[in-house]
Design a protein around this ligand. Structure first.
Ligand code: NAP
Length: 242
């Protein structure tokens, strides 16, 4: 890849977002790495190198999103890629789930993607070029007891993906989603060992995924090699959802 191109990755300080950023940088993308964890962003910047540019962004705060996007667009044009990866869980059974846990998860995982996509798609529409990848989850496809808020947010991202795939295609912008299974990151690290083992036993490939397994597909979906993929939802789950 020779022409300069920037990809915005949210939740890029660690986990899947960091692995995606590392993989995109290896392909020559400049990565606008957005997160609220400023210290972790700085540490990751040292590790990944000069193509990883840290930006403070809370995806739930519209003013913060707009200010960060303005700086990214001014300092790193052209923005041709976006990976909506920032996400959280607040798990509990429905009977114990309070409205705050419901709202918080929907706000970060779904409204956050809406705010960032709305801002950056304007510039992609002007350029008549872009690729957007939304990080959904296998639980959007098969459900998960104790994760009604999380599964609803991730299923919402699939509807968001498919609608935008239709809406933005005439401007040469593709929109796809990845549905990771159980991936080894801090999000799943805190699960009790027997729960992790239980999950792994249900995965046909017999192991949890690595952040790099997701990053590989994200890089493919952002790149030109996937130029005829639009509106797809691709599981990276070792066969869990089959
Ligand atoms: P992670 O290690 O917890 O990383 C998520 C990152 O997003 C963190 O750096 C987090 O920062 C950041 N973030 C949270 N809220 C944010 C906000 N409002 N604005 C900006 N950044 C924010 O999780 P991960 O496992 O890498 O997950 C990445 C994505 O993959 C998520 O969307 C997750 O739902 C999805 N996913 C993960 C798995 C899995 O098994 N790990 C499976 C399916 C889907 P803070 O620490 O400050 O919150």
């Amino acid at each position: 890849m020779t022409d300069p191109r920037t990809a915005v990755v949210t939740g890029a300080a660690r986990g899947i977002g960091l692995a995606v950023s590392r993989r995109l940088a290896a392909d020559g993308w400049t990565v606008a790495a957005c997160d609220m964890l400023d210290e972790q962003l700085a540490a990751s910047a040292k590790e990944v190198g000069p193509l990883y540019r840290p930006f403070h962004m809370d995806v739930t705060d519209e003013a913060d999103v707009n200010a960060a996007c303005e700086r990214i667009l001014a300092e790193n044009p052209p923005v041709l890629g976006l990976v909506n990866n920032a996400g959280i869980t607040r798990d509990s059974l429905l009977m114990r789930m309070d409205a705050e846990a419901w709202r918080k998860v929907l706000t970060v995982n779904l409204t956050g993607a809406f705010l960032v996509t709305k801002t950056l798609s304007k510039t992609m529409m002007r350029q008549k070029a872009g690729s957007i990848v939304n990080i959904s989850s296998v639980v959007a496809l098969v459900g998960s007891a104790g994760q009604a808020n999380y599964a609803a947010s991730k299923a919402g991202l699939i509807g968001f993906t498919k609608s935008l795939a239709r809406e933005l295609a005439p401007r040469n912008i593709r929109v796809n989603a990845i549905a990771p299974g159980f991936i080894e990151t801090e999000m799943t690290l805190n699960l009790p060992e027997e729960v992790r083992r239980g999950y792994a036993e249900r995965i046909p490939l017999g192991r949890m995924g690595r952040p790099e397994d997701v990053a590989e597909l994200a890089a493919f979906l952002l790149g030109d090699a996937s130029c005829y993929l639009n509106g797809t939802v691709i599981p990276v789950d070792g066969g869990l959802s089959t």
